[in-house]
Design a protein around this ligand. Structure first.
Ligand code: ADP
Ligand code: MG
Length: 321
């Protein structure tokens, strides 16, 4: 029987013994124009595109690639731009979005209690005091298994309830998806109309990302953009890491953001203080903020080749378009 999931990873153009070839001759923007337009952009608020609430699932297939980090930082950035955001932690067994946001001590109720009629929806929504237009909703208590009845329909009901809240629907619902492609994944993608696929530039993450892209498309989610996380320009230059262009070529997805490997991410995870709040801003924090900006405007970016002017172009060579 033909597979219901038609996407297959295109055969890889390199093996572990040969470094990834350079695929495209990069077409960077003239540097001065890019810098001026980037500076001007920060004097305005991003223009919200699409119908609200925008329900976005943050997914990957593989675990540990940065879904929760992306949900926390993109969610907070959206809230700082002035949009109302509900971040839903749909990773029931290994919940940790509350930790990354530093809200773990305030989770008294979850969506499971809302569905059981033990509390109201607003009691399960935890407002971030640093940025009040961000609210967190956990699906269930840590280490507790989801009750059997909590599946795609239940999460869709929760998102519909957010839509018809008396205080108004949020602009964004971000759903932090569990790893894997089993029941938790099916539940998390059910209410979404768009997806943010997080991947790292390594072959295992890419294979999983490709499989997940096929599943999302089968579920009717056509708006899929990717965030390439933990990128190291030094490794790309030394041809020890796939370039963002290679990743884009393999997955064939629009690029929303490129996030560098940054030790500040780990520090911020441990402090429960998302990176985008850091002052002075860090490389990864700025990159998350730019990805959030593009998400609002339904914009994408163009990756350029880091190796074009090896001495002059640093990480910001990614912010080509
Ligand atoms: P997932 O939700 O996909 O399982 P997480 O967001 O929990 O992944 O991230 C897994 C680990 O990777 C965390 O320890 C996090 O701090 C680290 N990490 C994520 N992104 C980066 C980055 N850009 N630079 C450095 N460490 C990162
Ligand atoms: Mg996670």
């Amino acid at each position: 029987m033909a597979s219901p999931f038609p996407r297959l990873l295109p055969s890889l153009p390199f093996s572990s013994s040969s470094p990834p070839p350079r695929i495209f001759p990069g077409k960077p923007l003239p540097r001065r124009r890019a810098a001026v337009s980037a500076a001007l952009q920060w004097n305005r608020k991003p223009q919200l595109a699409g119908e609200t609430p925008r329900v976005v699932v943050v997914t990957s297939g593989k675990g540990g690639v940065g879904k929760t980090t992306t949900t926390a930082n993109v969610g907070l950035s959206l809230a700082r731009f002035g949009f109302s955001v509900v971040a839903v932690d749909a990773d029931a067994g290994l919940r940790n979005l509350d930790l990354l946001l530093g809200l773990e001590n305030r989770v008294n109720y979850t969506a499971v209690e809302v569905l059981n009629g033990d509390c109201r929806l607003d009691q399960a929504l935890i407002r971030d005091r640093r940025c009040p237009s961000l609210e967190l909703l956990c699906i269930s208590k840590p280490r507790s298994k989801l009750p059997l009845g909590f599946g795609a329909k239940a999460l869709t009901w929760v998102v519909d309830a957010l839509r018809s809240r008396p205080s108004g629907a949020p602009h964004f619902v971000l759903i932090d998806c569990p790893a894997g492609i089993d029941a938790g994944f099916i539940t998390a993608i059910a209410p979404a109309n768009e997806a943010l696929l997080v991947t790292t530039p390594d072959i295992t993450a890419l294979r999983d990302a490709d499989r997940v892209t096929g599943l999302l498309e089968c579920d009717g989610i056509r708006d899929i953009k990717m965030v390439v996380n933990r990128v190291r320009t030094d490794l790309i230059r030394g041809e020890d890491m796939m370039s963002v262009l290679d990743v884009q070529e393999m997955l064939g997805l629009a690029l929303l953001g490129v996030i560098p490997e940054d030790s500040e991410v780990i520090k911020s995870t441990n402090r429960g203080y998302p990176l985008v709040l850091n002052k002075p801003p860090t490389m990864a924090g700025l990159a998350f903020e730019q990805a959030a900006w593009r998400l609002v405007e339904q914009d994408t970016m163009t990756a350029v080749m880091v190796e074009e002017e090896p001495k002059k172009r640093g990480f910001f060579s990614f912010f080509g378009g």
